[in-house]
Each structure stands twice: as C-alpha cells, then as structure tokens.
Write a protein that binds this ligand. Sequence first.
Ligand code: FES
Length: 74
Amino acid sequence: MIVCVCNALSESRCREAACRPECKTVGCVYRLQGARVRCGRCLPHMQALLEEVRGVAGSAGPGEELPVRTGGPG
Ligand code: FES
C-alpha cells in the first residue's frame, strides 16, 4: 500500500525506515528514503505508523510541531 503518493512511498518501506535506530521523527522516515514532505496529506498516517513502530517516545505529541520540512517552490 502506498502511504505517500507524492513520493510513492510504500507502507513496508516506511516501516523499515521507521525501525532504523536513527529514525526518531516523522521527517526521518522521509529523509531515509531520499524523500521529503510535499503536500503533507500523508503526515497523519506517517505519524501513526512511526508511533506504532517505535512507540509514543520519539514522536511529536498532540499540539507539538512535527519536525519535518515541507516542500516549497524549488
Ligand atoms: S502524499 Fe505524502 S507528501 Fe503528498
């Protein structure tokens, strides 16, 4: 299943990235796959995936800023 349409990131690849010890944020899930957040529609699912894989620790909680870079022009 594709989690991020903009980057064609599959759920299995995202889970692999999220399992890596250096992956502590949602942004890392993208970066470790050579991708970046673009439209952001996948962020809630990616956040849930990261929390499921790594537990609540290491991810932003409600109201906290997600440590991601969104794609802009250029
Ligand atoms: S669906 Fe992931 S950035 Fe657009």
